[in-house]
Design a binder for this molecule. Structure first.
Ligand code: BJ8
Length: 390
């Protein structure tokens, strides 16, 4: 039986059905009420284990709404990535509730636009910018990133007047490994044929898992695993059994840009893998435990994230190979946000790799947060599905 979100048991049983960011906000507000400080984040390179070991709650900051772009364009160029414009617009209009809760903001030198936008928000909250090495395979990269993580630790210790012990860091490393293992088991239900987990559920679980500690999250994830197993046993699945299976790669998506996922689904596809920082990417790898140097272990782990700001970025191709083997897509859709030059240029390499290695077609969609291109994207996705020889 094909499932319809309204007749199957939800994976997270609470009052926030379909309101993933409200669930996360409520979680962070709860921690704040318990007296925990909050760090606002813009990127998955922020070392969560260090932040948590300092007793600080990480909070992803708002960056996915079209409505905050016009106020941002009063300062920022119109031909800039919508994610950066939206992030800045949220700050200047004081409309990001996560930013309002944050005591500090942690940022990284990823792409140029983000880096320069961070200069413009200096002064709103204490800001710590981490200098991210962008040649991840060089020997110095791990050393330099370890030093930067150590510096962030110093900043957190000084700001919040506390010590981060190695023992706490090790506990947090182990907790991330437990969480990533659970998340990977959950994503396995999207790998089933037909899939049992929808893209929306995978996205929502990912959002919550980035915010919540493993201790708080573990019962939620275990309940979700049981629910998925029950669905599988009773033959409930997501999408039509012979629907084209799609892997979506590219820029992080959320809020208004989730239109890309919706269009694929409305065109009859099933999204089986979300290869983005707002999807499965942050949970893919594991951190070395008991290495004797937890900061270096963290540095090595975070440098495995294959962001297109890295060069060369062979890890993105390697991770794609593993995703393709596991989720067996019929096609790949690469979603590139307007003016994101790094993902846009990398798309050519991805297309050739998919063609040569996997004989898989790639559809590149360049889009922003508006609805102006919805019908054009729909036509292209439908043409892609029509072209598949299944
Ligand atoms: S690790 S993907 S979350 S930087 S803002 S690069 S879309 S032009 S978001 Fe990202 Fe960290 Fe990388 Fe992930 Fe392009 Fe826009 Fe830059 Fe962007």
């Amino acid at each position: 039986m094909e499932f319809n979100q309204s007749h199957v048991a939800p994976l997270i049983d609470d009052e926030f059905q379909g309101q993933a960011s409200k669930r996360v906000l409520s979680y962070i507000q709860g921690k704040r009420r318990q007296g925990m400080p909050v760090a606002g984040l813009y990127c998955v390179y922020a070392p969560m284990e260090l932040i948590r070991a300092a007793g600080v709650v990480p909070a992803g900051l708002c960056s996915f709404a079209n409505k905050t772009i016009p106020p941002a364009e009063a300062v920022l160029p119109a031909n800039l990535c919508p994610l950066i414009k939206s992030s800045y617009g949220f700050i200047v209009t004081d409309s990001c509730p996560f930013f309002a809760l944050a005591d500090v903001v942690i940022a990284e030198t990823t792409c140029d636009g983000k880096k320069k936008m961070f200069e413009l928000i200096t002064g709103y909250k204490p800001l710590f910018v981490m200098d991210l090495p962008q040649l991840p395979d060089q020997e110095e990269a791990c050393r330099n990133w370890t030093a930067m993580i150590r510096n962030l630790g110093g900043f957190l210790e000084k700001t919040f007047e506390r010590r981060i012990s190695e023992a706490r860091l090790e506990e947090e490393i182990q907790a991330t490994n437990v969480k990533n293992n659970l998340m990977n088991r959950l994503f396995g239900y999207a790998a089933a044929t037909p899939p049992v987990l929808s893209w929306n559920e995978a996205y929502e679980l990912g959002l919550l898992a980035q915010a919540a500690s493993t201790e708080d999250l573990q019962p939620v994830l275990e309940h979700a695993l049981e629910t998925l197993e029950q669905r599988k046993v009773s033959g409930v699945h997501y999408g039509k059994p012979r629907a084209p299976r799609v892997l979506v790669t590219g820029c992080p998506l959320g809020g208004d840009s989730l239109k890309a996922y919706r269009i694929i689904e409305e065109a009859g596809g099933v999204i089986v893998a979300l290869d983005a920082c707002t999807g499965m990417k942050p949970f893919k790898h594991f951190i070395e435990e008991g290495s004797g140097d937890p900061l270096a272990a963290l540095a090595a782990y975070y440098l495995k994230i294959p962001c297109s700001c890295m060069t060369p970025n062979q890890k993105r191709l390697d991770d794609l190979d593993a995703l393709i083997e596991r989720f067996r897509p019929d096609a790949v859709v690469d979603v590139v946000l307007h003016a994101c030059h790094a993902y846009n240029v990398e798309s050519y390499k991805i297309m050739n790799h998919l063609k040569e290695r996997h004989r898989l077609p790639l559809l590149k969609i360049e889009t922003d947060y508006s609805n102006g291109d919805v019908e054009q994207i729909r036509t292209r996705v439908e043409a892609l599905f029509d072209s598949l020889d299944r």
